[in-house]
Design a protein around this ligand. Structure first.
Ligand SMILES: Nc1ncnc2c1ncn2[C@@H]1O[C@H](COP(=O)(O)OP(=O)(O)O)[C@@H](O)[C@H]1O
Ligand SMILES: [Mg+2]
Length: 295
């Protein structure tokens, strides 16, 4: 809507895990490198945790794009399924259709084994990515452990990457999962971005979305407010910046200052529950905001 006003080719702050917009903070870069290492060197099992919106899905989408034709990937997003369904979903994603004709677990796993051995033979890695892993039950984790047993004398034939919210770590502490935990070869936790990273993130996404030179500026104070309220969580930064651009556009200004950001934030109340009273207090009294309410 506001793209041409700011000389942008597309919306810069869409909340989609698009690898084209992947911004490498130091920790995102390191996590990506570790995941890629795990897969390419067939190390077996990697775990990534992070709060909602911290960038887990974007990270793994970027990895999958990087691996390209070097890997066959099963990406499982739907983790609210039974252990048996999980195995079938993985077969579907990998394209091991024959396995789906069998009901007994041993036959299904035998088909998966044949598939991964064949792929290893042609130099390709097989990766299972479980997103939203915090929804998995102990039974499902045990099912996944069976798959991590697929190995040759020297390496793991199947790479397992599990991503999830921090509570995932509590599930993994269960005694029954000790054998699985011992297999984790890399673990990282995505932290929210620092102020400097948030600033660079915003600039990066604007340039990515532009024809080369976005026609918009964020004041230092505006960036301070954005970081203060989003705490550097990428999903919230996107939401906040998208709204701020909209407020700027509707006020015919290309300078996003702190008052514009505060007005944008005031329209996003549910996302910042409990932090908003001061925002509302700081707005000039009687100020008209875009939805017509008076504060
Ligand atoms: N490193 C990053 N570079 C660019 N955008 C990111 C990055 N991390 C997160 N985002 C943005 O934030 C949004 C939320 O990230 P997402 O990967 O869905 O988080 P999670 O899976 O941890 O809930 C994404 O849609 C994406 O637009
Ligand atoms: Mg996600």
């Amino acid at each position: 809507m506001y793209e041409s006003f700011y000389n942008l080719a597309c919306p810069p702050f869409q909340n989609t895990p698009n690898p084209r917009f992947f911004f490498e903070t130091e920790q995102h870069r390191e996590a990506l490198a570790k995941l890629e290492y795990t897969v390419r060197n067939r190390r077996g099992f990697a775990l990534v945790t992070g709060e909602i919106g911290s960038g887990k899905t974007t990270l793994v989408r970027t990895l999958i794009r990087r691996l390209g034709n070097d890997a066959r990937v099963a990406l499982v997003n739907n983790t609210r399924v039974s252990a048996e369904q999980l195995l079938r979903l993985i077969c579907q994603e990998l394209g091991v259709e024959e396995a789906l004709n069998h009901r007994d677990k041993a036959s299904v796993v035998a088909h998966i084994r044949r598939f991964v051995e064949h792929q290893a033979g042609v130099g390709r890695n097989v990766v299972i990515v479980i997103d939203e892993g915090q929804c998995l039950s102990i039974d499902e984790f045990e099912e996944l452990r069976l798959l991590t047993n697929l190995e040759s004398d020297t390496e793991k034939l199947l790479q397992l990457l599990i991503l999830g919210q921090p509570e995932l770590r509590d599930t993994l502490r269960h005694a029954r999962l000790a054998p699985l935990i011992q297999r984790i070869c890399m673990y990282c936790h995505l932290q929210p971005m620092s102020f400097n990273d948030t600033t660079r993130y915003i600039a990066f996404r604007l340039v990515r979305a532009s024809h080369g030179r976005p026609d918009v500026d964020f004041s230092r104070e505006a960036l301070n407010v954005i970081h203060q309220y989003t705490k550097g969580v990428p999903r919230l930064v996107n939401l906040c910046c998208d709204n701020a651009l909209l407020v700027g556009y509707s006020n015919d200004t290309r300078l996003i200052d702190s008052s514009i950001v505060r007005r944008a934030l005031a329209q996003m109340m549910p996302n910042f529950d409990g932090q908003m009273t001061d925002i509302v207090d700081e707005l000039p009294s009687g100020q008209e905001i875009d939805d017509g309410r008076r504060l």
